[in-house]
Design a protein around this ligand. Sequence first.
Ligand code: SF4
Length: 289
Amino acid sequence: MADGTNGVVKLAPEQGERVRGIAAGLGVGDERDEITRPELLQARRTGDMALVHSWELVTAVDGPGTRMTMFLSGCPLRCQYCHNPDTMRMMNGTLERLDEAVERVKRYKRVFAATGGGLTVSGGEPLFQIAFTRRLLAEVHAAGIHTAIDTSGFLGARLSDDDLDNIDLVLLDVKSGDPVTYKNVTTRELQPTLDFGDRLNKMGKPVWVRFVLVPGLTDAAENVENVASIVARWKSNVERVEVLPFHNMGVDKWKDLGFTYNLEGTQPPAPEDVEAAREVFRAKGLTVY
Ligand code: SF4
């Protein structure tokens, strides 16, 4: 997810071929960097490679401890408030090999052990390039490193139960509490997220829920109440809820991409409104940040 975080340290991109996503091999860009479209599609199918938007080393966001967060390209949603719209499409990024990504994560094992941290696979949508994500999580988890995914849940059905065994924590974005608002926010359906949340609940999988409060879009009292009611039914496995205030950080990226940004005039919510929304969740017995 690209809902905005803080305390971020950018890491230099891993060596790997820089490509213009699916434009590569179509006569665009530097010849030396070209990978053909069939090769890219094949790599995505096998999970040998993935198109990686960026990596970050973060503390106290995206999961417990110090996290290495890998942002993968590609997302089926089109959230109006997306802070990284350049991750929505398989547009650009660094094509990285699975084995190199695994090694890179393992190099931080001692940091993770000391801080209770680990790997978080985010995006875009981490389940969009599912073959790669599946294998990455399996290998990193087998190395004894804590793993998390940061997802809207829309593609949750792509994860098998075995895949979920390799995921220690799911950061689940519940972007809205009713199908109409959800569709307005994301252009997609709410139901897959609900189904995924129900499944995680049955499994007892640790979940942190995130909800972004956007004035005029998601902040209606009824919507907040609906989200809280949904999350309350998962109370037994939801360890915390994070209510995040919308901010306009992504606007320039939207413009650079030539996309229409609908929230230009929208201001961040007042702190007391964010607190009031948090109270709605707390009132249902949830732990809220
Ligand atoms: S789900 Fe996709 S479109 Fe929505 S905020 Fe995350 S990356 Fe952006």
